[in-house]
Design a binder for this molecule. Structure first.
Ligand code: DGL
Length: 267
């Protein structure tokens, strides 16, 4: 039996639309309900308690809307709140950390892996723990990159300024000879070209959006949750505020226009 209920996807803002794009590419028949907590972004500098509470409110909203599974398309929320959500909700809840870590371990040849993300994600050690779970001999270099999110939000993704920022952040990783860097924030795929040009050793970049789409496919298959494979799935978007430059920003993340956007309040 096909299950045509939507997959719920959320992020602190619009960065999770990079995961929506990867899901639409891999699973075009699946309908998606996206929630961007645009009124409260960024999560990257907030406490664990607050991020857990915001993530629980959002997952409650999406499950009450009838979602069959939830994708936490935010590394910060995945690193701080995934276990709480998996305990509290009966539908599958999928985070971005494990799939990205697995892909990085399978990709790295020299076992030196770099992780870049928000301060909260890096300080949680979530990637370090996940990487060591897969292979305890992996050497992990962590680098918080707090300026990347505002650069992306400003649309400043090419040119000298992001290049200088990326060169500065990646200096230690380049010196260490990491051969793989995990883009541990759903905003970072938009800076992929700049980050790639600052990584001096021909380093491979792991886009957790692609890794998580493959994990969603596996979970839907294991739980018999695939939608009917006949028509293209829909995309419904909810935001908690419509920020300035919303449309341009959303188009940048998704690669196309968002058609149905509703503004909601969460409590
Ligand atoms: N998109 C979020 C992530 O993947 C980062 C933005 C934020 O700080 O809220 O971590």
């Amino acid at each position: 039996m096909a299950d045509n209920r939507p997959i719920g996807v959320f992020d602190s803002g619009l960065g999770g639309l990079t995961v929506v794009k990867a899901l639409q590419n891999l699973l075009p028949s699946e309908s998606i309900m996206y929630l961007g907590d645009t009124a409260r972004v960024p999560y990257g500098n907030k406490s664990k308690k607050l991020i857990e509470s915001y993530s629980t409110q959002i997952t409650t909203f999406l499950s009450e809307k009838g979602c069959k599974a939830i994708v936490v398309a935010c590394n910060t929320a995945s690193s701080q709140a995934l276990d709480v959500l998996q305990d509290e909700f009966s539908i599958p809840v999928i985070g971005v950390i494990q799939p990205g870590a697995r892909m990085a371990v399978n990709t790295s040849e020299n076992g030196h892996i770099g992780v870049i993300g928000t301060v909260a994600t890096i300080e949680s050690n979530a990637y370090q723990n996940a990487l060591e779970e897969h292979n305890k001999n992996i050497i992990v270099l962590n680098q918080p990159c707090p300026l990347f999110v505002p650069l992306v939000e400003e649309g400043w993704i090419t040119g000298d300024v992001p290049k200088l920022v990326a060169d500065t952040y990646l200096k230690g990783m380049n010196a260490d000879g990491v051969d793989t860097i995990i883009l541990g924030c759903t905003h970072y795929p938009l800076l992929k070209d700049i980050i790639q040009s600052s990584a001096t050793n021909g380093t491979g970049l792991i886009d957790s959006a692609e890794a998580v789409a493959m994990e969603v496919e596996r979970v839907l298959s294991n739980n018999d949750l695939f939608a009917e494979n006949k028509t293209a799935g829909s995309l419904d978007c909810y935001v908690t505020d419509v920020p300035l430059r919303f449309e341009g920003l959303a188009r940048q993340f998704l690669g196309s226009n968002i058609e149905h956007v509703s503004t909601i309040s969460l409590h």
